[in-house]
Design a protein around this ligand. Structure first.
Ligand SMILES: [Zn+2]
Length: 453
């Protein structure tokens, strides 16, 4: 008890010291004169001498793994999550590494700066960029999407690809990833050099960039000038004091299984029902709208997250030893395609490739829905930093100095995936499977699931 009181005093002191430094850098955010609330999240340490594993820590309570040391795991947890872990008998202490109250880094773009940026680019490159909003967030912010293609206002018969940033508010590097892609496709496009890879892809693909699924959470995370470690959206939970649903546990496919929380105060709260958030309703409506003549046009997708330096593919919902075993809603060829492309991409960026459930069980995430409902070959990228021994300790808030290298690091993987989008089955030497009229048994088995979407 005494050490908890001392910690609170230290935090208050830290705040008093840092508060004057935290107004200003975000020039689009109104500086608050009132004391911002200190985040409930703290960094805790769990000794791993008695065989505690990350999977144990994330399966039931789904806290955030912050750092894995030689004989300990540091986690980020709210007080309710700490109490739940204590109740389960975990030996949990405040970590000796204090939570870093970073000064906000002005090299990261705020939501307003991001919107101004993408509107400017769309104005500069009207021939290949079409900007739209696929819906609005709970607080009414447009969910901006750029379509990039030649003849951009026409729906051509070209393979489509979807890239998504910021499901989770504090994963700020993912917004920069999306802005990197917008910049790359526009500045490097040159219709006079059709053999240039960027030009070739823009000419033969329809590429969708959904910059931020969770702008409300993102704005909230930095509004006070002190990062809030906020993950969820900002939709209130009726009858509860805590706010937010985890958008990446709110998708409709097998929503409500293990790997998501039923408690509105938890960081992985799944919501009141499938697609109960306006943000996920918008994402699903958009993807559903890309069904043309009974065929989903989007072939490949990446949902960007931080952190861990991982490439993950469906399914996440399989749990424990079932993870990776044959399953009726994924033909073996599809798992082979997901693994082949995942490993090929990892060879270009040094991430670790694995099936999503190998990390931990999740239900209701984007890749499970995109594949399960639409048979899109969808990946979660967990970007920089890594999270094992020797990795940088800044977690969700890397310094702005890493933005350029850590976004460009994924360039080759993304170009590779776009190249495969015209026939992903070619990667396992079965190009005839790309024909939707195939009478193959496995494909027939699959059809009702596609139509259900
Ligand atoms: Zn995430």
């Amino acid at each position: 008890m005494r050490s908890a009181t001392r910690t609170v005093c230290v935090l208050i002191l830290l705040f008093i010291i840092l508060a004057p430094l935290t107004t200003g850098p975000w020039h689009n955010v109104e500086a608050q004169s009132e004391s911002p609330p200190l985040p409930d999240i703290q960094r805790y340490r769990i000794e791993t001498a008695n065989n505690v594993t990350t999977q144990q820590l994330t399966t039931d309570i789904a806290v955030t793994i912050d750092h894995i040391g030689p004989d300990y795991i540091d986690i980020l947890a709210a007080s309710s999550e700490r109490d739940a872990l204590l109740a389960q008998g975990f030996d949990i202490q405040l970590s000796p590494r204090p939570l870093i109250f970073s000064q906000v880094d002005q090299t990261y773009q705020t939501y307003d700066e991001m919107v101004a940026n993408i509107q400017q680019v769309a104005q500069t490159y009207p021939a290949i960029v079409q900007l739209s909003s696929i819906g609005t967030s709970y607080e009414g912010r447009p969910l901006w999407m750029a379509k990039i293609s030649d003849n951009v206002t026409t729906d051509e018969a070209e393979p489509e690809a979807l890239f998504i940033g910021q499901y989770h508010a504090r994963e700020i590097l993912t917004v920069e990833m999306m802005l990197y892609l917008l910049d790359m496709f526009t500045r490097e496009y040159d219709p006079t050099t059709p053999d240039n890879e960027i030009t070739q892809l823009v000419n033969t693909r329809e590429i969708y960039l959904l910059f931020s699924v969770n702008p409300d959470g993102g704005v909230h995370d930095i509004a006070s000038g002190i990062y809030q470690y906020w993950r969820k959206n900002r939709q209130p939970n009726e009858g509860f004091g805590c706010i937010g649903t985890d958008p990446n546990r709110n998708h409709s496919y097998r929503w409500g299984g293990t790997g998501a929380s039923v408690s509105p105060c938890d960081n992985t709260y799944r919501g009141t029902g499938p697609a109960s958030t306006p943000e996920i309703t918008a994402v699903q409506n958009f993807v559903n709208s890309r069904m043309v003549s009974g065929r989903q046009q989007i072939e490949v997708a990446i949902s960007f997250h931080t952190y861990g330096e991982l490439i993950l593919w469906p399914y996440g919902y399989q749990s424990g030893t079932a993870c990776g075993t044959p399953i009726t809603d994924m033909p073996a060829d599809d798992l082979a395609v997901l693994q082949t492309m995942g490993e090929a991409m990892a060879a270009t960026n040094g991430y670790t490739p694995q099936q999503s459930c190998k990390l931990y069980t999740t239900s209701g995430d984007f890749v499970d829905w995109a594949y399960g409902a639409h048979r899109i070959f969808a990946y979660t990228f967990e970007m920089h930093p890594c999270f094992t021994t020797g990795c940088p300790g800044y977690g969700f808030y890397p310094p702005g100095s890493v933005i350029a290298t850590e976004t460009a690091r994924n360039r080759k993987a993304i170009l590779y995936l776009l190249q495969q989008a015209d026939c992903p089955y070619a990667t396992i030497d079965k190009p005839d499977r790309c024909n939707a009229s195939s009478a193959d048994d496995e494909w027939q088995l699959w059809l009702p699931i596609i139509q259900k979407a």
